[in-house]
Design a protein around this ligand. Structure first.
Ligand SMILES: Nc1ncnc2c1ncn2[C@@H]1O[C@H](COP(=O)(O)OP(=O)(O)OP(=O)(O)O)[C@@H](O)[C@H]1O
Ligand SMILES: [Mg+2]
Length: 234
């Protein structure tokens, strides 16, 4: 899915008279299947941008298009459908439910889908668990898993329903450098396999070589966009 962001602005109301500007006119495009980073100092607006792209927050002004559809013009009931069918979310703190097993956790986003869909997604989860190397951990509870293993489960959960856009906010923020490298590599591999666009917010400048495109933001504005051309895909 191609994502087009046009003059996106967001300010938060802190009190009746005080507004906090978080995004101040972001214009950028992300191609279908592109593996993309958003970098920038703390408070620069990365999470705000991801939340708007994830249809869990609304901009103050500006537009977001998914292919030819302007998502910023859609009513909430349409956004629910988009969140469930098109988008996958990966978080810094994994957000697994402690009382469900790894495999149950990974099924949560499509728990209420129709039966045929559920079956297709469970099959994809089996494939993902195998490919990610966590098949033997299906019946474990999150408390019985390492951080890196929990994030692998969370990645399978985000990808099971064949999303077209995956949003990851500091997905390696709680991992050691070995797990960070492996998680980056597997996200990129699955991005190419699914043809899903990935947008990864990160502080970690040592990771930038993994990405097709790096969007640097500062004070809620795009500072520069860098393309890594000599990148092998597949
Ligand atoms: N709910 C909110 N209400 C008011 N201001 C907010 C809110 N959320 C974020 N902000 C402000 O908006 C700006 C951008 O915040 P955002 O969380 O998007 O930054 P970030 O780049 O993700 O930072 P970090 O790297 O620390 O996660 C900051 O100045 C922040 O204080
Ligand atoms: Mg953030």
């Amino acid at each position: 899915m191609k994502i087009k962001i046009e003059n996106l602005q967001k300010s938060y109301k802190l009190s009746r008279r005080v507004n906090q500007a978080a995004l101040r006119g972001i214009t950028v495009e992300i191609d279908q299947g592109e593996f993309c980073a958003v970098i920038g100092p703390s408070g620069s607006g990365k999470t705000t941008l991801l939340n708007i792209l994830g249809c869990i927050d609304q901009p103050t002004t500006g537009r977001v298009y998914f292919d030819d559809c302007e998502v910023t013009a859609l009513p909430e009931r349409e956004l629910v459908r988009i969140r469930q069918s098109l988008i996958g979310y990966i978080f810094q703190f994994f957000n697994l439910i402690p009382t469900l097993t790894a495999f149950e956790n990974a099924q949560l986003p499509f728990w209420y889908a129709k039966r045929e869909e559920r079956e297709r997604y469970v099959k994809n989860l089996d494939r993902l668990f195998a490919e990610i190397g966590i098949s033997e951990l299906k019946k474990r509870y999150p408390g019985q898993l390492s951080g890196g293993q929990q994030q692998r489960v969370a990645i399978a959960r985000a990808l099971a329903h064949f999303p077209k856009l995956v949003l990851a906010d500091e997905p390696t923020g709680n991992l050691d450098s070995h797990n960070t490298g492996e998680i980056m590599a597997l996200m990129k591999r699955e991005s190419k396999k699914l043809g899903a666009s990935f947008i990864v917010a990160t502080h970690d400048l040592s990771l930038l070589e993994h990405f097709d495109k790096v969007i640097a933001i500062k004070d809620g504005m795009v500072e520069r966009v860098t393309l890594n051309k000599n990148d092998e895909t597949g």
